[in-house]
Design a protein around this ligand. Structure first.
Ligand SMILES: NC(=O)NCCC[C@H](N)C(=O)O
Length: 259
């Protein structure tokens, strides 16, 4: 298999019970969320991505946030072990799906914890957030699995987990490797070789669709304008129902580029 494949999982009937940690709970409209999910999947497809659906995990409210179940580097999928114990049941179907795509599978073992949303890949560098969901042992295991495959693992303290759920809630990266983030959520921008502050928190979340296309949330229009002014082409999707559960564009898929 080659090309761009994205693993996704449709939201289940218990979505509205998903975890919230740093924001206040507000009601989630499940029907609207499903429509928004289809819009997200369609945006991936329209830009050359094949989408593969993992088996629904209807008992898991946060199952749609499939990015958190694994980290893929080269052809190895490291199955995560969430710092939120209630999310661990999401792993089974995701693991089967990524194995069926031809990945070798390894896993984070106790006492390690790690969420896929804490790992930002920029070339061969894996930035890993050390915070509420990922502990030191999880970081060590990530390093031990991917170091020998050529990854450089850089740990990023997340302020004791006090402000952001995941590293990628705070920062992602543009196609040229520039790390983008809202200054209020990034304690140590100097950890990154190039850092660009953006005006909205959700503007920090981009999925690289290929070429100059950036998938991002409709909730960050000023940041979309900033990126457009830098020569990128934002592709905007409304994921408002998922944002109510601290989700963002990255966490709704696992992107596999190198199989
Ligand atoms: N990678 C991500 O940003 N995942 C979002 C997970 C949201 C979910 N409600 C959680 O708290 O785990």
């Amino acid at each position: 298999m080659s090309g761009k494949t994205a693993l996704v999982r449709r939201p289940g009937p218990r979505l509205a019970e998903g975890l919230v940690t740093h924001i206040e709970r507000t009601p989630v409209d499940a029907a609207l969320a499903l429509r928004q999910w289809h819009g997200y999947v369609e945006a991936l497809r329209a830009h050359g991505w094949r989408t593969v659906e993992a088996t629904p995990a209807d008992d898991c409210p946060d199952g749609v946030f499939i990015e958190d179940t694994m980290v893929v580097f080269r052809n190895v999928a490291l199955i995560a072990r969430s710092g939120a114990a209630g999310r661990r049941a999401e792993r089974a179907g995701a693991k089967e799906a990524v194995a069926a795509l031809g990945c070798s599978v390894d896993r984070i073992r106790e006492p390690g914890t790690l969420d896929g949303g804490d790992v930002l890949k920029v070339g061969d560098t894996l930035y890993v957030g050390r915070g509420g969901r990922t502990n030191a042992d999880g970081v060590r295991q990530l390093r031990a699995v991917f170091g020998p495959l050529g990854a450089r693992v850089v740990a990023v303290p997340l302020g004791g987990g006090a402000k952001v759920l995941h590293l990628k809630s705070a920062v992602t990266a543009l196609p040229d490797g520039t790390v983008v983030g809202h200054p209020s959520l990034v304690d140590e921008p100097s950890l990154f070789p190039r850092f660009l502050p953006v005006p909205e928190e959700s503007g920090a979340h981009v999925v690289l669709l290929g070429g100059d296309r950036l998938l991002m949330a409709a909730s960050a229009p000023r940041t979309a304008a900033l990126y457009a002014g830098l020569g990128y082409r934002p592709v905007v999707v409304d994921i408002g129902e998922f944002e109510k559960l601290e989700g963002c564009v990255t966490c709704l898929s696992v992107r596999l580029r190198e199989l």
